[in-house]
Write a protein that binds this ligand. Sequence first.
Ligand code: SF4
Length: 312
Amino acid sequence: MRIGLIDVDGHNYPNLALMKLSAWHKAQGDAVEWWWSDLVYYDIVYMSKVFSDTYTPDRPEPLNADRVVKGGTGYAIRTENGREMYHPELDPPLPPEVEHIYPDYSLYPALTRGTAYGFLTRGCPRGCGFCHVGPKEGRCSVKVADLSEFWRGQENIVLMDPNLLACRDKWELLGQLGDSGARIDFNQGLDIRFATDPRVVEGLASLRVKCLHFAWDNPKEDLRPYFEQFSRLYPRKDPSRKVVYVLANYNSTMEDNLFRIYALRELGHDPYVMIYDKPNAPREVRLLQRWCNNKIIFNAEPDFCKYDPRKG
Ligand code: SF4
């Protein structure tokens, strides 16, 4: 068969589902390529979309295919009463024989050179209101793969796990990551509430990481004791090695935002503002992001109230 692939979000980040579909079809002897023209006939065209319409508009279905299969979180998010809602029935999972195949990294040669991408766990117990992980993957973090499923000696490993430290198999998984000797990037962040056990800190400290990412999304929750404990135990003291995402524009006032930013800085972490619904966020929140995330500005003017954007 002739298979066409469309990465609806563009080609700026490797689409894992398409890499797995490509690997599976190639293993069946099919010809796989990026969909490129209406003039060519395809047996199946797969369209995959990770981001919601707010960030990635959909594109028309190609007409030159027997079947068009659409999938991905982006197709399952609908905006209802101003809030994005996830509809699992619109995002069927990949069949197990596809889900657990070694990805075809050759689809994104520039982005995946020396880097493996994947999930060791899925699901998260937290249920944050703005997040689609709970409805999509369940409210429990469970192991879904061994590292060898998507890693074959690459220098870097990018993990997209939503909450690896909440998984009861975390010791085994941290061991696999440590044994790999690869540089690890937990790109969805780690849960600070599971990262204060001395054994967890020791496991994280034994990994090759450029920096660790955490999040403090809910201002109603006081996470200072956790960040304090982690900072005390973790041997790398430089704040740039301990980045914390601070969610703004979602159930938080400017006072809430600044409280978390200042508290994290005092505790030796590096706050990094993420904006919910950025295209519609107030100017003040976008300025806060610019001030906080540009470390030249942040260090030169530690008080946001004195920050003058006209001076850069
Ligand atoms: S902790 Fe992270 S992954 Fe879990 S529900 Fe909240 S935002 Fe989503």
